[in-house]
Every structure is written in C-alpha cells, then in structure tokens.
Write a protein that binds this ligand. Structure first.
Ligand SMILES: *[C@@H]1O[C@H](CO)[C@@H](O)[C@H](O)[C@H]1NC(C)=O
Ligand SMILES: *[C@@H]1O[C@H](CO)[C@@H](O)[C@H](O)[C@H]1NC(C)=O
Length: 247
C-alpha cells in the first residue's frame, strides 16, 4: 500500500518533468535584462511575470514571442556553437536561458497580448519587417517533425532555428523570446516511447529517485519479513541428525 502511495505521489512529478520546455530570450538592446533563476524547474507564471516587468522591455521596436512545439532543452544544447542561431544569441548584448519551464503551453499563451498592452504596440503574427513603429509578434514555428531519428532531429532544429535567426536579423532593434511548448498529439503510428518521451532528462531523474527510494524501501521490507519468519523456519529445519540424537 505504501509503495503504491509513493508511485501515486511521483506520477504528477513525472508529468511535470515531461512537460518542461526551455525558454531563451535575447535582445539587441543592452538596456534590457531578464533576471531569472535558471536552475531547476521554473514556473511559467513567474517567468512570464519577470518578462513583463523586465527593465527596457518597451525599448525594442519589435518583440517576438516564438513558440516552438516539441522543443526540449537538449535540442538547444545539441546545436553547434557555430550555428547561426547560437551565434545570434552569443552576439546579443543581453540574453537569458531558462532550461526547464513547467507547462509553458498553457501559462505563456497570454504573454504576447500582455506585452502588447504593456508597450501599447499592435500585435501581429508575421516575422517579416514592417513599416516603422513598435510591434509585437506572436509566431508559431512548425512543430518538430523528426521525433524518432536523433540525427534528423538535430538537422531539423538547426535548420529551423537558423532560418529564424536570419529572419530576426532583419529587425535592427528586437527582443526575441523563443519558448518550447508541448509537442502536438502524436498520431497512431508512433510508438509508446515517442508519445511519453520516456528518456527526457527529467524522467531519468525521477527514475533515479524511484530507484534510490523505492528499491531500498522494498529491500528493507523484505529483510524485515525475513527476520520475523526466521525463528519459525529455524524450528522446522533443524538438522535431521540433531532430531535423531534427541529421540
Ligand atoms: C497577463 O495579464 C493578466 C492580467 O493582467 C495576468 O493575470 C496574467 O497572469 C498575465 N499572463 C502572462 C502570461 O503574462
Ligand atoms: C535518420 O536521418 C538521417 C538523416 O536525415 C538519415 O540519413 C538516416 O537514414 C535516418 N535513420 C533512420 C534510422 O531512419
């Protein structure tokens, strides 16, 4: 019963870990800065609040909030440092990375319209440069297609992010917020492992915790049972020779 309760307690944690995605923000303006805790799991609500109150937010001519369905922090870590996307971030006067944002899909949906209200700028959905004047853009990249092939996935993410970096480079003054969101529901052809993304770093952590807590717990239980039973088994398994001597 207790083991079952433990598993039940861990299950929401597994969901939270598998629904964690990265957020990377970079700006052409050195007046902008985002002070976020980039360690461990961060709540999307608190990061949205930090983004909305960041100094210099409305100094940008263009602010892009870009959703990338299926993106995990490992996808960004696997990008070569020489990639157009990585160098755009490295060259930016200010940038910030939150590797594990919990459930950004639902919590960051309102962010572009909130920024639009805050900065009193119209909200659009095109990356193409516009006529002068501030504008906020909410853009959704095509979801990651290559879910099962690591090298194809790397190539796809490198290609998509490079294209994004080239588009954004056309805007001299911009803030870009790229956030990974939940992958679209997989179709029936895909297997269990793709559907649940079993081997994300978060899930591996949970497995280690379960192995570290549950297994010693079970072993302890087994050894307790063994101590209780041992006097009885000791009785019934007295050496036959000893019994014969007593008779
Ligand atoms: C957007 O603004 C509303 C109202 O001010 C607030 O309740 C909500 O938390 C904000 N959400 C984000 C993602 O900024
Ligand atoms: C994975 O993708 C690469 C490059 O797109 C391709 O050459 C390779 O055959 C694919 N491997 C599998 C197992 O599908």
């Amino acid at each position: 019963m207790r083991a079952f309760a433990l598993v039940a307690a861990v299950a929401p944690l597994v969901r939270a870990f598998s629904d964690s995605h990265p957020l990377v923000a970079w700006s052409t303006e050195s007046t902008w800065s985002l002070n976020v805790d980039s360690t461990g799991m961060q709540s999307a609500d608190s990061v949205a609040a930090q983004l909305s109150s960041a100094p210099g937010l409305c100094d940008h001519d263009s602010i892009f909030v870009i959703h990338y369905p299926g993106l995990h922090v490992s996808d960004l870590q696997l990008l070569p440092t020489s990639s157009e996307f990585s160098s755009a971030i490295t060259k930016a006067p200010s940038s910030a990375l939150v590797p594990h944002l919990v459930a950004p899909s639902s919590h960051l949906a309102q962010l572009p319209s909130n920024i639009s209200t805050l900065c009193n700028a119209p909200l659009g959905s095109s990356l193409a440069p516009r006529t002068p004047g501030k504008h906020i853009v909410h853009f959704r990249l095509k979801p990651i297609q290559s879910v099962s092939n690591g090298s194809a996935r790397r190539a796809e993410v490198a290609e998509t992010t490079a294209r994004l970096a080239r588009e954004l480079a056309q805007h001299p003054s911009h803030l870009a917020v790229l956030v990974g969101t939940r992958a679209p529901a997989p179709n029936a052809k895909q297997g269990l492992f793709h559907r649940y993304q079993f081997l994300t770093p978060g899930v591996i952590t949970v497995l280690l915790v379960v192995l570290g807590v549950l297994v010693p717990f079970l072993l302890f239980g087994v050894s307790t049972i063994a101590t209780i039973k041992s006097p009885l088994t000791g009785e019934s398994f007295k050496p036959v020779t000893a019994q014969k001597k007593n008779q």
